[in-house]
Design a protein around this ligand. Structure first.
Ligand SMILES: [Zn+2]
Length: 187
């Protein structure tokens, strides 16, 4: 993946959903949305149970100068080409794990969370950069009162962990041997 892929990814989200954004810099990131943050950006703005494993994408300033949130109509593109290796549940929706590269030790994956996933997106299929892999899930009924958003993680996962075992049980355990997290913002 190219460096600072997040910029081109935010542009891809903008284009795919025809969002009224004039520039990538119009996306807003509360501290709690950033990688490794322990802050919540919802409810009481308290402390998370664990440090954040990725980046939350949710808010931008539109061309009219108003703050706008992504909603459940927002379609989610793949960051880069790769193979879907697992689809699993998360606490707000579902997650899709896409493998982009592999060597003798590990594979590099991107993870898209809190989304709904169409039936055609399943382990074994190939996706290209920009392909739609899901849509942001409706989280309004959740007790946390969290606004719907897209969570992105970039991880390296050791080859001894089988594809089907790559779920939040292991991805949410950053101290677990075999999972290395990257900051999607500077990838
Ligand atoms: Zn998140």
């Amino acid at each position: 993946m190219e460096s600072f892929a997040i910029r081109s990814y935010l542009d891809a989200v903008t284009r795919l959903n025809n969002l009224p954004i004039s520039d990538t810099r119009e996306w807003f990131f509360h501290h709690g949305m950033l990688f490794r943050s322990r802050a919540k950006w919802w409810a009481d703005f308290g402390t998370r149970h664990a440090t954040h494993e990725g980046l939350d994408i949710a808010r931008f300033r539109n061309r009219a100068g108003r703050v706008q949130w992504l909603d459940t109509k927002t379609r989610v593109p793949a960051m880069a080409g790769g193979e879907v290796i697992n689809v699993c549940g998360d606490f707000l929706g579902r997650s899709v794990i896409v493998k982009h590269a592999r060597d003798e030790v590990s594979r590099l994956v991107s993870v898209y969370s809190h989304i709904t996933v169409p039936s055609g997106i399943m382990p074994g299929i190939r996706v290209e950069k920009g392909d739609v892999i899901g849509q942001i899930a409706d989280t309004t009924g959740k007790k946390s009162g969290i606004h719907c958003h897209l969570h992105i993680s970039i991880m390296e996962i050791a080859n001894h962990i089988p594809d089907r075992d790559i779920t939040w049980e292991i991805m949410g355990e950053p101290d677990l041997k075999g999972v290395k997290l990257y900051n999607p913002m500077v990838w």
